[in-house]
Design a protein around this ligand. Structure first.
Ligand code: ADP
Length: 240
């Protein structure tokens, strides 16, 4: 099967800084891929280029075989790539359920029939375990619940590929375990996942495959345990 996302020769410069230096990366249909790397290695830039926040300096991105390189964020979201932010992005003054309803609005406009057949906003709240607070204002939710709401908001856009940016940052162990349990169910709902984080424990729980970035280049890509035992990877983490 061809990959759901195929990144080829992707590069990005910010002035004199090379944030991505010709990265090739494939995300297979139905997998949870982890992208790790030290601070400044280009993980966030990779997500920002894939989601259309930044235009790449070179290379291209194919999503389900279609070239989406340089499209605007709303077009990429509409095509079926969803993402969560490090900061939860909910309207604090609106209800929890209302936020999920609004997040799902724009996919009604998707005419090509590729929207993931995920259930209603209420079912999404059930999935992330927030039904009990459906009518609370999002602004009063504790941090952990706000992160779960962030996941529901991303899922409401009916992605077939979901990008997660440090999904467990600031969560306690119990919340992290709950989140891992949810994310691992996504492939069963037709959603492939790519997660960036530097929390190796989390990555080991979530991902069978890891890609490692260092100074904007991919230095390893393979089964999680093999990558974590790779001398090049150990050097980046222990030697740096
Ligand atoms: P990571 O997410 O792995 O910490 P980033 O993608 O944030 O890495 O950063 C990679 C490099 O690109 C860093 O040197 C960073 O300073 C630089 N960079 C990222 N975004 C910008 C930007 N908007 N403007 C200028 N430099 C940036």
């Amino acid at each position: 099967m061809s990959p759901i996302l195929a990144i080829s020769g992707l590069s990005k410069q910010f002035g004199g800084v090379t944030a991505l230096a010709g990265v090739d990366l494939a995300i297979e249909e139905g997998e949870i891929l982890g992208v790790v790397g030290p601070n400044g290695s280009g993980k966030t830039t990779l997500f920002n280029v894939v989601t259309g926040v930044h235009r790449p300096s070179g290379g291209n991105v194919l999503f389900r075989g279609q070239d989406i390189t340089g499209l605007a964020p709303h077009a990429i979201s509409r095509a079926g790539i969803g993402y969560t932010f490090q900061q939860a992005m909910a309207f604090g003054g609106l209800g929890v359920l209302e936020n999920v309803q609004i997040a799902g609005e724009h996919v009604r406009a998707r005419a090509d029939g590729t929207a993931n057949p995920w259930p209603t906003p209420q079912a999404l709240l059930d999935f992330v375990g927030l039904s009990a607070v459906a009518n609370e204002k999002a602004g009063v939710l504790p941090f952990g619940s706000l992160r779960l709401l962030g996941l529901a908001l991303a899922l409401a856009t009916r992605p077939s590929l979901l990008l997660l940016d440090e999904p467990a940052a600031g969560l306690n162990d119990r919340e992290t375990t709950a989140l891992v349990g949810l994310v691992r169910q996504l492939p069963g709902h037709g959603i492939s996942v790519c997660v960036i984080d530097h929390d190796m424990k989390l990555m080991q729980m979530l991902c069978r495959r890891l890609a490692v970035l260092d100074f904007g280049s991919k230095i390893a890509d393979g089964p999680t345990e093999a990558v974590l035992a790779d001398p090049k990877v150990l050097e980046v983490y222990l030697g740096g």
